[in-house]
Design a protein around this ligand. Structure first.
Ligand SMILES: [Zn+2]
Length: 341
């Protein structure tokens, strides 16, 4: 089931809350949207191939029944909503909230917004949508002529109630971000000289060794790309690993870092604000999931409609964890890169 709905003009993304409510007033409207996403030219029975208007059931809007072979087809198959008992309209509302609200919300806020009686349901939906945030970002960044990638690492987290800010609680995060240039003549931030962030990759790494940091670059950035880092020794092997590597001698001067690695420091500042402000710090165990969410939002900050469809799995599909999997510890949040190649 391949659905290239990200480019479809007939599948609109609501630009406002009233428009959302008008487009998706009930489960039937959501089902119609799913149907249109899957069969732009009308229902084709996946069992027998017949092209004909299917039977519909008022009390089961997610099911279409073929008039020829009488077999059912589920509209949520292959989406994040598959096998869920939560109404379609709740899922759509949830995805809209997650896609349109920056910087996201907690499961408690989410439960209240969706009007759900059970916290577990809100938690499950939110986590499934978050799992959907990892799928499209597994390819390499970089490899754009006349464009470079900044790479750096930072410590995040470590604020445990009553324990202060000890480094022993902090987790190391490596980042790579494309640096783009505004065309001459467009409005520019003078300090950043017209530079702005392209695509981002973030990953938890175990330490500051060459294996960890250069290994991260290899999993996130296309070979041949011009990579700018500070002069930490772990990055010294990048040229040998096939990158056009340029190391900046920081000498511990934050202003030097600000001047030569400005975009990635901006990303780190935003990331830390987001992690602390919204989620009041995140445990190391769940950090990669939050990094994936941040990356997903960051990379689609100009395209909320792509987020909405990607989140619901309408644009393809993402393996989503069940509630039981989340709690048994069997579910591993995929890292942002290094998979699927
Ligand atoms: Zn059929």
């Amino acid at each position: 089931m391949t659905m290239d709905v990200l480019q479809r003009d007939d599948l609109r993304f609501p630009q406002s809350l009233p428009e959302f409510q008008r487009l998706f007033p009930d489960d039937a409207a959501c089902a119609a949207y799913l149907e249109k996403a899957r069969w732009s030219d009308g229902f084709v029975c996946p069992h027998c191939g017949v092209v004909a208007e299917p039977f519909r059931f008022a009390n089961r809007p997610g099911i279409l029944r073929c008039r020829a072979c009488l077999k059912n087809t589920g509209l949520t198959v292959g989406t994040v909503m598959e096998r869920s008992h939560t109404p379609l309209s709740t899922w759509f509302w949830a995805a809209y909230l997650v896609a349109s609200q920056t910087p996201g919300m907690s499961a408690v806020q989410f439960q209240r917004q969706l009007g759900l009686s059970r916290y577990e349901t809100a938690f499950g939906i939110l986590h499934k949508l978050r799992a959907g945030m990892v799928r499209p970002d597994r390819d390499w960044i970089g490899a754009v002529p006349d464009q470079h990638v900044e790479v750096d690492e930072t410590w995040v987290g470590g604020r445990t109630r009553g324990e202060g800010r000890g480094v022993h609680h902090k987790t190391l995060v490596a980042a790579a971000v494309e640096v783009r240039h505004r065309r001459p003549g467009t409005a520019q931030d003078k300090r950043k000289d017209g530079r702005y962030a392209g695509r981002l990759r973030l990953a938890v790494v175990p330490d500051r060794s060459a294996e960890s940091l250069a290994g991260f670059v290899e999993s996130a950035v296309a070979p041949g790309t011009l990579v700018i880092t500070d002069d930490w020794s772990a990055y010294a092997s990048l040229r040998k690993r096939g990158y056009d590597h340029h190391a900046i001698a920081e000498c511990g001067d934050p202003e030097v870092a600000e001047e030569f690695l400005p975009i990635i420091h901006l990303v780190f500042a935003n990331l830390k604000t987001w992690l602390n402000g919204i989620h009041h710090g995140v445990s190391a165990k769940h950090l990669q999931a939050y990094l994936n969410e941040f990356t997903f939002r960051f990379n689609r900050r100009f395209y909320p409609f792509n987020s909405f469809r990607s989140l619901l799995g309408i644009a393809g599909d993402a393996a989503a964890p069940t509630y039981a999997e989340l709690y048994s510890g069997d579910w591993e949040h995929p890292t942002c890169c290094g998979h699927g190649r």
